[in-house]
Write a protein that binds this ligand. Sequence first.
Ligand code: FES
Length: 565
Amino acid sequence: MSNDPKGFRRNLTNYGDRDFALYLRRSFAQSTGLSRELMGRPIVGIAQTASGFNNCHRQVPELVEAVKRGVLRAGGLPLDFPTVSLGEVFLSPTSLMFRNLMSMDTEEMIRAQPMDAVVLIGGCDKTVPAQLMGAASADLPAIQLVTGPMLALPFRGERLGACTDCRRFWAKYRAGEVSDEGIDTIEANLATTAGTCAVMGTASTMACIAEALGMSLPDTAGIPAVHADRIRAAAAAGARAVERIATGGPRPSEIITEKSVENALRVLLAIGGSTNAIVHLTAVAGRRGIDIPLRRLNELSDETPVLVDLKPTGSNYMADFHFAGGMTALLWELRDLLHLDCMTVTGEPLGSRVREPAYVDRNVIRPRAEPFDPVGGLVALFGSLAPNGAILKRSAADARLFEREARAVVFDSLADLAARIDDPALDVTADDFLLLQNAGPTSETGMPEAGYLPIPKKLAATGIKDMVRISDARMSGTAYGTVVLHVSPDAASGGPLGLVRNGDRIRLSVKERRIDLLVDEAELARRRSGWRAPVPPKRGYRRLYADQVLQAEHGCDFGFLRGVD
Ligand code: FES
């Protein structure tokens, strides 16, 4: 246990008189009704992210109360504090633009306020990476508690869950197979409980990654938001945080290491997780000075099978994964690929929780000998179109489209896409590659989840369900299709993607991990000479974002936030 000041003695306001600062702090703390006994305890901060603009965090107040119970019972003083909260579908232009803002808020509030450990309550897509990034930088003992997935409930003979089913029905609606009235009924039945998206989208993926990293308590990633075990997990997180104060760690710097990041990558691949997670994990690792080369991702992907059958790549939901054996079953299957000596928030190494599960539903979690796919879900592509890399979620793509050369149908912005994609006069066939520019991290749109370009209506109406789509944007973890994402450098920073013109030929080879623009260098030089960088915003956070954001292979973090002091 370190000799650092604890509780209210920690991080005193600087008036040039420490005793006065403590006296003043305690005086004001008295106004909240705390007893002197409570004020003398070590403090567990609770980063709480309830927001009317974040439906996925609807039950956060209940979780805060449960964490508080756990802290009090273990001898600590729980004090919750608000931070930025990011509700995925309530933010414009995109939630990713504000992930770094939330991480800075989280880091600085952990650093500035008098807490000895922190429980981070997050769930919706960007909140967990933001909290992990902030905690990794602040480096105070921290436990990630996720809000947990929604339930997928029955609806007219099937189960519906946000948001793979959202996309499935929207595609049917666009193809004229679902009526206006029908889509309204579906809309009311897709997201019907508290919690995060019900499939293996970004939120579920990040929950699994947080646990694989060692930052969450064992087997908590998949507990449904509305299950009583979620409340028990919250209380346990509170009690464990007090324990971590007593033992003086481990701190995030002891948990988030090169080896634990590799464990998290293994899990990401084995669950067929979201493409967004590679950006987020890269950002989290970057806060501890750890790089994730995309070529290493390919090596791991080639030797890590997909073992979990969840939408959008499979047919089950996140709650099914949990009750099928969850992270315990998955880690057991992967045990020979994992670094079992990595430290976790329980104060014990990962290996201490890796045990044969009491029950496994093999319809959801396969044994290593019979994987759903013998190779990992994600693959990085390189080539003249993406010198610094691009990502394809091959487990969610149509393998028949993997080896081909085709004509590019180019949209130079999201506005251009919206204006022309459904134009009956659009010159496009199912064999073309749809290509979107200026939707990357340095664009004014901040890399939205727009990479899942809609199939042009006239092709959708003929039954076309998938086409090769290429962009510098991201894709929702709940989406599927042959979608090449995160092309780097992005178009708005002068990358080759921005030099593509309508009708250019592009060659894709997933087998060779390549994506190439088949235009000669002289012509590209001519086009490059006419390229102009976008004008950055004049002020505020958006100016900071424009000045500092890095490319996808660096996690879209800000340059000055990466690494350790
Ligand atoms: Fe919050 Fe999907 S919208 S997790």
